[in-house]
Design a protein around this ligand. Sequence first.
Ligand code: IPE
Ligand code: IPE
Ligand code: MG
Length: 240
Amino acid sequence: MPTATAELPEIPRHIAIIMDGNGRWAKERGLPRLEGHRAGAESVREVMEACIERGVEYLTLYAFSSENWSRPVTEVKALMSLLDRFLDEKAKDLDRQNVRLLAIGQLDRLPEKTRALIERIQARTAHHTAMTLVLALSYGGREEIVSAARSLATDAVAGKISASDIDGDLFASRLQTAGIPDPDLLVRTSGEMRISNFLLWQISYAEIIIVKKFWPDFRQGDLFEAVQEYQRRHRRFGAL
Ligand code: IPE
Ligand code: IPE
Ligand code: MG
């Protein structure tokens, strides 16, 4: 008996987002930059809900880059305390939504309190299955690649592997995203057309969508639109 094969356009398994434009959003309104970051937290909530609703399996959010440490101390502090509050409030939602939390980046550079909070939530949500939320914190793609190379070199020097064992799969297994499929869709808000050191290895074949809106204005409907645009794309992966 023929099975129903209605061609449903594919939902991206993994969406990665460069959440940019909080400061400009605030500036446009004559508000301090912090207000933009605060409003951006609401966008995170909506986008997460939208992703869960559409059956997206992984959502990676670029929340703080390695380079963001060079911002004024007051801004860094404000961002860290906003992150603490977000994590604190989010912990219950993650249970309700059955979402697993992971964090990637140089977490040892984060304040002790923030790190402890992340570890606690990670452990508590480890068994959740609806979606995985990956927070990129103090994250830099180059740093991640260098660290993978260092770990392979260490193993090679110790005689645990030989140079010829190193291939793409082995390399990827040493990245912090080991076990996570590469992003299918990369969204950046605020109209900037750059990658800013985000997931350099992992986005090699991601579909890229640049949205003009600032992150605090990017809400559920915008995520749905991005998914629709993704579904109209034809991914070729170098083949014909
Ligand atoms: C994104 O907004 C949030 C972080 C990078 C932490 P920005 O703070 O970069 O806002 P703009 O780009 O200055 O408007
Ligand atoms: C990228 O935004 C990092 C995050 C969104 C966390 P930035 O605002 O830091 O990037 P640039 O400076 O415009 O490249
Ligand atoms: Mg920015």
